[in-house]
Design a protein around this ligand. Structure first.
Ligand code: SF4
Ligand code: SF4
Length: 89
């Protein structure tokens, strides 16, 4: 299980600094941050600690198991963006 970032993300990166495993991308120092529509969480690395959800000012981070059917697409989107990043890294 992992946490998932929703499309309401405003890219303030408040979650990035609190993640103990650095699985939220793109971080401000990484390529693509300035132009990203939203950040995403790599589900392969996330350890379900909840720190990011507590840090997010607009509640844009949700536990995977709490996603409503309407929001499930963000689970796929986060995973796809993480996979795309791993292929160019
Ligand atoms: S739940 Fe924890 S490990 Fe997962 S993305 Fe958030 S801060 Fe990082
Ligand atoms: S803290 Fe919330 S709004 Fe800010 S970048 Fe992270 S997910 Fe997006």
């Amino acid at each position: 299980m992992a946490y998932v970032i929703l499309g309401t993300c405003i890219n303030d990166a408040a979650c990035v600094d609190v993640c103990p495993v650095a699985c939220i991308h793109p971080a401000p120092a990484e390529a693509g941050f300035a132009t990203a529509d939203m950040l995403y969480i790599d589900p392969q690395i996330c350890i379900d600690c909840n720190a990011c959800a507590e840090a997010c000012p607009i509640n844009a981070i949700v536990r995977e198991q709490d996603l409503t059917p309407k929001l499930l697409r963000y689970k796929t989107l986060n995973a796809e963006m993480a996979l795309a990043r791993s292929k160019v890294a």
